[in-house]
Write a protein that binds this ligand. Structure first.
Ligand code: SAH
Length: 253
């Protein structure tokens, strides 16, 4: 038997507990210890019946355990336990600082594996029923965040958004007004279709379709849950409620 355990960096998916992969579910069932993020659903966590569960959650602006401390705790846990799970929202390899954890595990000689999850952009596009790529209209998709970490150099996120056919902006709703004005100032069309999806895949999911010129307004409509901004022609003419829900209401009336 190896002297240290294995750390699994596991994607918990966008929110709905049944959007977890089977591999993730099986690992959670066998886990000795689970370090989880703030957006992980309680039912997902409950699968880890026998594990010690430790919140290291990050939600923008709220309390979070310092990343360096998390890295170190993963190494320590692998020295004590056979099966360590690091459970992250969505996919672990997108905007989750996974590389810092991977590098630390690597440096300590600890085995790790990555289990992909469904990222928020895909769940959000599914929520509005639109393909992110489309023949003749969209042949590329960009995953972007305008957010920069403390001490990190700024980057030209707007250039990426302007160049992409379809774009998903993570961690951007709080600064939607600035995002819209930057893009407009750089020549984006005010009519470019935009949709904000809040709580994608969850029962309180909301879609706020708009256009770039009105993005700030849409973002100001009391968004409390995690939300993502989708931009591109593929998001034209989305109704605020799904057509099936409208049909349902008409039938009921
Ligand atoms: N690794 C995660 C992203 C972490 S960054 C993933 O792959 O999805 C956190 C950001 O993801 C949030 O600020 C929000 O922009 C987005 N997000 C996460 N869950 C979401 C959800 N259920 N609905 C909409 N956006 C979500």
């Amino acid at each position: 038997m190896s002297a240290t355990g294995t750390v699994y960096l596991v994607g918990a998916g966008p929110g709905a507990p049944d959007l977890l992969t089977l591999r993730a579910a099986r690992l959670l069932e066998r886990a000795d210890i689970v370090f989880y993020d703030a957006l992980v659903h309680p039912e997902t966590l409950a699968l880890a019946e026998r594990a010690e569960k430790i919140a290291v959650g990050k939600r923008c602006g709220r309390h979070s355990t310092a990343q360096r401390f998390i890295n170190k705790r993963l190494v320590d846990a692998a020295r004590k336990h056979a099966l360590v799970v690091r459970l992250k929202g969505g996919d672990p390899l997108l905007f989750g600082r996974a590389q810092e954890e991977i590098d630390e595990l690597d440096a300590a000689g600890i085995r790790f594996e990555i289990v992909p999850g469904i990222t928020a952009a895909l769940a959000a596009s599914a929520a509005v029923g639109r393909s992110m790529t489309r023949r003749g209209l969209s042949r590329n998709v960009a995953f972007v965040t305008p957010r920069t970490g403390a001490g990190e150099e700024g980057h030209d996120w707007a250039q990426t958004v302007l160049a992409a056919d379809t774009c998903a902006i993570y961690m951007g709703v709080g600064e939607a007004a600035g995002i819209a004005s930057t893009l407009l100032a750089r020549g984006a069309s005010p009519d470019r279709p935009v949709v904000i999806v809040e709580n994608a895949s969850l029962p309180d999911e909301r879609r706020l379709p708009s256009r770039l010129a009105d993005l700030a307004l849409a973002a100001a409509s009391g968004i409390a849950g995690p939300a993502i901004i989708l931009i591109g022609e593929v998001y034209a003419r989305i109704s605020p409620v799904p057509a099936a829900a409208v049909a349902e209401r008409t039938r009921a009336a």
